[in-house]
Design a protein around this ligand. Structure first.
Ligand code: GAP
Length: 432
């Protein structure tokens, strides 16, 4: 974990939030490479959900909603973590995380009885003191999907079963934020809410469990590190819950995504609190019912971090006299850059001109890095460390024969490719 945190800072993947003010616990910023990688990841998820599945559409809902939403959802009452406080040093702990529930892990002092601590983040809106409206930042992104469920039904031709998906921020006043991106106070979730008939819920639950696992397996470097965990203790809304976990997590947090059978909890709650009828009428049978919901709710930031951990490799560089290299063996479509372009020498204008032309052409299709510093070995080293799958060198043979060398990140093998075939060559490789 320390190596990943340091790589993230050093190469511009993730920075501590508000760092010049000494930081702010549980908040992080994504740097230039981090934002590219996160965007690639979100685009892959979005495309897979909405373009590669039938009957799924997306929304982008507001972060602040009418505060009644959180009463109806049960979060005001039940979104609580038991908290224990040390009577001596006054440090606070999530009771569930404590080995000895009576002794402070920091100073050995006695702990208070656990108190229920609500982790919704409150906020106030309005300008006149005393007349401000209390609201909450959303504690789980999915609630907006339930609020828009009727609008989506009325404005599309979807019929049950169908899904609504969303990628968006959620906020939690975590008692113990920590372990880098794993437990933050502001984080991003990717959710699918699948609306179905009660007779089919079990079938869809199994379908989505398998489907989501297959997706994660398709993007992790070592899919064997992924597994399922069945929850015995359930959240207030869930009837059955499985987590997709990363077995080799460097800390106690292994969960990447939860697959939840939410039943009719949410739509019934919102029907009751809003006074609106949120039931569905089957156009063929005229049956009227509140749909059941199967949810897949994953953490974008946790996936991001687990992917880095899974891809991080230190190995001997056979080309470098036994020296070691750090390689992020990220899925090529997720890496911040897909390609890097190097002119062999910085002081040869004819090489720079040719390399610039190739760089500009490739940028129309791929995320491309340009590097003309130091020697080629150092440039490979710098690109391996950030996971760039292909490095292209423009040398004197390029000027004569219209070919370049393409070097593969993982095998370190080099191939000579004609410039006019380069784009197709890279596209094929990226889709392998
Ligand atoms: N709508 C259901 C829901 O929110 P959850 O298991 O509480 O379920 C879903 O959250 C995912 O969000 C988790 O699997 C995890 O990846 C991510 N997540 C939850 N709390 C987080 C936190 N404090 N920091 C980072 N990611 C978090």
């Amino acid at each position: 974990m320390e190596k990943i945190v340091s790589l993230c800072k050093r190469r511009g993947f993730v920075y501590p939030g508000s760092e010049i003010y000494g930081g702010f616990q549980g908040f992080y910023d994504f740097g230039p490479l981090g934002v590219e990688m996160k965007n690639n990841l979100k685009q892959l998820w979005w495309k897979w959900m909405t373009k590669e599945h039938d009957n799924i559409v997306g929304i982008d809902g507001a972060i602040i909603t009418n505060p009644k939403v959180w009463e109806a959802s049960g979060h005001v009452k039940s979104f609580v973590d038991p908290l224990s406080e040390c009577k001596k040093c006054h440090h606070r702990f999530k009771t569930d995380d404590l080995g000895d529930k009576n002794k402070c892990p920091d100073c050995g002092g006695a702990l208070t009885e656990p108190k229920q601590f609500n982790i919704l983040v409150p906020t106030q809106l309005g300008v006149i003191e005393g007349e401000k409206t209390n609201a909450y930042l959303r504690g789980e992104a999915c609630q907006t999907i339930y609020l828009d469920y009727k609008n989506v039904l009325n404005t599309t031709r979807l019929k049950i079963p169908f899904g609504i998906c969303q990628i968006g921020k959620a906020f939690r006043n975590e008692v113990t934020p920590g372990n880098f991106l794993f437990r933050q106070r502001e984080f991003e979730q990717w959710d699918l809410q699948w609306f179905c008939h009660s007779k089919d819920t079990e079938k869809w639950f199994e379908f989505w469990k398998k489907e989501r696992m297959n997706w994660y397996k398709s993007i992790f470097t070592n899919p064997k590190n992924l597994g399922f965990y069945k929850h015995e203790k359930l959240a207030h809304y869930a009837k059955m819950a499985f987590d997709i976990i990363y077995e080799k997590s460097p800390c106690e947090i292994k969960e990447i995504e939860g697959i939840h059978w939410r039943g009719d909890w949410d739509l019934s709650g919102h029907s009751k609190f809003s006074g609106q009828d949120l039931s569905y009428i089957d156009p063929e049978t005229n049956e009227k019912f509140i749909p059941q919901i199967v949810e897949t709710s994953g953490g974008v930031d946790r996936t991001f971090l687990f992917l880095l951990i899974d891809a991080y490799t230190e190995e001997k560089d056979p080309a470098g006299d036994g020296a070691s290299r750090i390689v992020l063996k990220l899925h090529p479509k997720i890496a911040p850059y897909q390609v890097a372009v190097f002119p062999l020498l910085k002081n040869k204008p004819e090489l720079i001109k040719k390399a610039q032309k190739i760089y500009q052409d490739l940028r129309k299709e791929f995320n491309v890095a340009w590097d003309d510093r130091g020697n080629i070995g150092k440039r490979y080293f710098a690109q391996d460390e950030i996971g760039t799958p292909f490095c292209i060198t423009i040398d004197f043979e390029t000027l004569e024969k219209e070919t370049v060398t393409v070097r593969d990140r993982d095998t370190m093998k080099q191939e000579r490719i004609k410039i006019k075939e380069l784009e197709n060559y890279l596209k094929e490789k990226l889709n392998e």
